[in-house]
Design a protein around this ligand. Structure first.
Ligand code: FEO
Length: 401
């Protein structure tokens, strides 16, 4: 029973750690792994909240058996259909053929599409409740956190909110499960990366969901990935709302794409000047080396973004172009922008970046420095001017820091 961890009064955590998968959604690096959290509510009736990724099914089933033995599960609540949580549904249905699978209209569209499961459906809608005995489950529709069917389940007796992907984090749970058992610096970074990579495109829907949750008494926020929140709930609710409304911290991310080092030199010149002007959080990344996943997270973190690109085949250097397309796709707003670059015989890198900046409607803080080949006096001076302008705007916006 060592792994049978209770959140509260017969609500159990059934999380499993995945340290084998390299890429989440076959796209986002899992350098620190990921956990898939499921939960079991045991009362006169038994309810399972979500399942786990298919590869972890054996461990998952034995964890359930540790808690309820051969007892039947009455309800399977599906907060989210993405296969990292729905991968165990078929197996659960096989073992519990009378189980009621609880979801909304869209849940069952996806359940049929992904697994061809057309029986055992129990359709619920906003505000509906299911009684398990002392425990009462209530459902809140929170579409697009992160697919159209996503919903949250609130257990009224213990005040546990099962949130699906919301408040989720990359990173396995290495012993600690609850926020007060963990060094949260690691998980905040991994949570922001998860947010910016997976949820950010739907930030407007996150704001709506946060509004819906206002007034609900919450003692536990139980996500499908990462820590369970019980000691810093107000703090994390505010943090999530701030991410969803594009708020950022004082600091600058410089991302460059450089073929032979000239654009990189400009990045260093800009960074040095920012430091001289009192900016303390300055991050420089080479877009050819650093995965997009981490760049998005850093850009979500900081207010200032400076992008540098060498010209490449009459356009922007491909990894930088890829980053700009992704920023456009996730519709991030309200950043201060600078652009710079180097070229051999045309000015296609900076020109392409500035065309993109116009479409994004971000504030360009200064004229874009551009050099032919290595940075020379004039472009170095422009780099310094751009750093000065960025620092000045940041000091205006964050005077107290
Ligand atoms: Fe954790 Fe959208 O799946």
């Amino acid at each position: 029973m060592y792994n049978s961890i209770q959140l509260n009064d017969n609500i159990y955590w059934l999380g499993v750690n995945d340290r084998k998968t390299h890429l989440f959604e076959n796209l986002w690096p899992l350098d620190n792994g990921v956990s898939y959290n499921s939960y079991l509510v045991v009362d006169e009736k038994v309810a399972l909240i979500d399942t786990v990724e298919k590869s972890k099914i054996d461990e998952f089933l034995s964890r359930i058996e540790e808690i309820i033995g051969k007892r039947k599960i009455d309800y399977l609540i599906i907060n989210h259909m993405e296969p990292d949580h729905s991968g165990g549904i078929k197996e659960i249905l096989k073992l519990h053929p009378d189980i009621k699978i609880v979801g909304n209209k869209m849940t069952f569209v996806l359940l049929t599409g992904l697994y061809n499961i057309t029986t055992n459906h129990l359709l619920i809608a906003e505000g509906d409740t299911i009684s398990l005995g002392e425990h009462q489950l209530q459902f809140f529709m929170t579409p697009w956190l992160h697919w159209p069917e996503t919903m949250m389940t609130y257990e009224q007796h213990t005040k546990v909110l099962f949130t699906g992907d919301a408040f989720g984090s990359f990173g396995t749970l290495n012993g600690g499960i609850f926020d007060d058992e963990l060094n949260m610096n690691f998980y905040i970074d991994e949570m922001r990366r998860y947010y910016s990579n997976i949820v950010a495109k739907y930030s407007k829907m996150v704001v709506k969901a946060m509004e819906k949750l206002q007034g609900l008494e919450i003692k536990f926020l139980a996500s499908t990935h990462g820590p369970i929140w019980r000691s810093h709930i107000d703090w994390v609710l505010k943090l999530y709302t701030s991410w969803a409304s594009y708020q950022a911290e004082k600091g600058v991310v410089i991302v460059f794409g450089s073929m032979y080092g000239n654009t990189e030199q400009m990045a260093d010149i800009i960074a040095r000047r920012l430091s001289e002007k009192g900016i303390r959080d300055i991050k420089i990344y080479d877009a050819s080396r650093r995965h997009l996943s981490y760049l998005l997270s850093e850009i979500w973190h900081y207010k200032g973004l400076i992008l540098g690109s060498s010209a490449y085949n009459g356009g922007v250097f491909p990894p930088i172009e890829n980053l700009t397309r992704k920023l456009e796709d996730i519709e991030i707003k309200d950043r201060l922008l600078g652009t710079f670059g180097s070229s051999g015989w045309n000015k296609a890198g900076v020109k392409g970046l500035n065309k993109w900046a116009e479409e994004m409607k971000w504030e360009l803080v200064a004229t874009s420095p551009e050099t032919k080949g290595a940075p020379e006096k004039n472009s170095i001076e422009q780099c310094i001017q751009m750093a000065d302008a960025m620092a000045e705007r940041l000091h205006e916006l964050y005077p107290e820091i």
